[in-house]
Design a protein around this ligand. Structure first.
Ligand SMILES: Cc1cc2nc3c(=O)[nH]c(=O)nc-3n(C[C@H](O)[C@H](O)[C@H](O)COP(=O)(O)OP(=O)(O)OC[C@H]3O[C@@H](n4cnc5c(N)ncnc54)[C@H](O)[C@@H]3O)c2cc1C
Length: 344
């Protein structure tokens, strides 16, 4: 298949929009369909592009630093083309000396050297941070603001000729390819059976409107905190097995407490909570590439790193449609990898 292929992309989240844009640039006739208009998980996410701290702090990502860094390295070009604003100030682990010693050990295990931040500098970069906490800075982790970034990706896709329809996809119809970028949705599982490998992980996040904070993303004990256009976002719960996006104040309790430990001044402030559902595979990496159903391609299951992985997923899907060799990452993300493992 080559230029001019007719492609339907199901899903207008970070993955679907990035894929659609890349395919349109490659000369495909692309239509994005999503009954909700915009990505579900993508809109509530924190927007960290965090290869290092994800690999250091999330056991599922520990073996994937190279792939996460490769995805991050594709962001500057995508941002320049779309108007997505990247913040490259870095990220800091902030906590007690004992916890930071563990974090330093994990960074060292990854071959990453964090820099100890003097307390005065931490206070300047993260005003309001709790007294007594110390910090380790890494420059490798970046971030973006998800909602404006979704709008920028959509605008760029539109300008590149992508058509949009507010409807659910149920079939490939007359398209050459159907790309299932449906997040945690299972509606296309009859067509793309590999989607049944995905399990949901509900995530809730707090947004403190009007709270100004510094440029660093902060990774604390029990929460992270990032600044956005609409205030400070503090996330996030990890609730495996739940696939509803209903705010649950009981489950949010520990997150609210962790936020207060990091920024004591936040306690009395009002916050809004929102929830999204991440889709996860058994190895923490997404399903990207051809389904065993002819004409169907998967781009789903990015767990905690959908924003980070979006440009890499877009490259791999486009290579698939264009019949190009997509390289070694394509093998690691191949949707059939779990079936092969079972047969062995
Ligand atoms: C609280 C929280 C914080 C997060 N923070 C980060 C972060 O800091 N950094 C990061 O990289 N990632 C983060 N993530 C993860 C990230 O949000 C997801 O990995 C990413 O958004 C997944 O994007 P997606 O396009 O696959 O799915 P979604 O954004 O969920 O989009 C899928 C879309 O598909 C549509 N759809 C479903 N079925 C159909 C159908 N049959 N036809 C058409 N459309 C359909 C849905 O309506 C939906 O809009 C976070 C997630 C959560 C919940």
């Amino acid at each position: 298949m080559s230029r001019g292929a007719k492609v339907i992309v199901a899903g207008a989240g970070a993955l679907g929009l990035s894929v659609a844009l890349e395919l349109a640039r490659a000369g495909c006739a692309v239509t994005v369909c999503d009954p909700e208009g915009a990505g579900r998980a993508s809109a509530v996410a924190a927007g960290m592009l965090a290869p290092v701290f994800e690999a250091a702090l999330d056991v599922e990502a520990a073996d994937h630093l190279d792939l996460l860094l490769a995805a991050r390295d594709l962001w500057p070009e995508l941002a320049a083309r779309t108007g997505v604003v990247l913040d490259r100030s870095g990220a800091a682990a902030v906590g007690s000396e004992a916890w930071l010693a563990k974090v330093r050990g994990r960074l060292a295990g990854l071959g990453v050297r964090g820099a100890d931040l003097p307390r005065a500098m931490l206070e300047a970069l993260a005003p309001g941070v709790a007294p007594g906490l110390e910090a380790v800075l890494v420059r490798e982790d970046w971030r973006l603001d998800p909602r404006p970034s979704l709008a920028a990706l959509r605008g760029a896709a539109h300008a590149a000729g992508v058509a949009f329809r507010a409807e659910a996809v149920t079939a490939r119809s007359d398209a050459d390819w159907l790309v299932a970028a449906t997040g945690a949705g299972q509606g296309l599982a009859p067509l793309a059976p590999e989607l049944a490998r995905l399990t949901p992980i509900k995530g809730q996040i707090l947004r403190f409107a009007g709270v100004r904070s510094g440029p660093l993303s902060l990774r604390g004990e029990g929460c992270y905190a990032v600044a956005g256009a609409d205030g400070l976002a503090v996330g996030a719960t990890m609730e495996p097995g739940l696939d509803d996006a209903v705010v649950d104040t009981v489950a949010l309790g520990p997150l609210v407490e962790a936020a207060g430990r990091l920024f004591p001044g936040l306690r009395p402030a009002s916050h809004e909570a929102s929830a999204g559902v991440r889709a996860a595979t058994p190895d923490g990496l997404p399903l990207v590439g051809r389904s065993r159903t002819p004409g169907v391609i998967l781009a789903a299951g990015a767990r905690r790193n959908g924003w980070l992985l979006a440009p890499l997923v877009a490259r791999l899907v486009t290579a698939c449609v264009m019949g190009r060799d997509a390289g070694s990452y394509a093998t690691r993300l191949d949707p059939g990898r779990f079936e092969r493992g079972r047969a062995a």
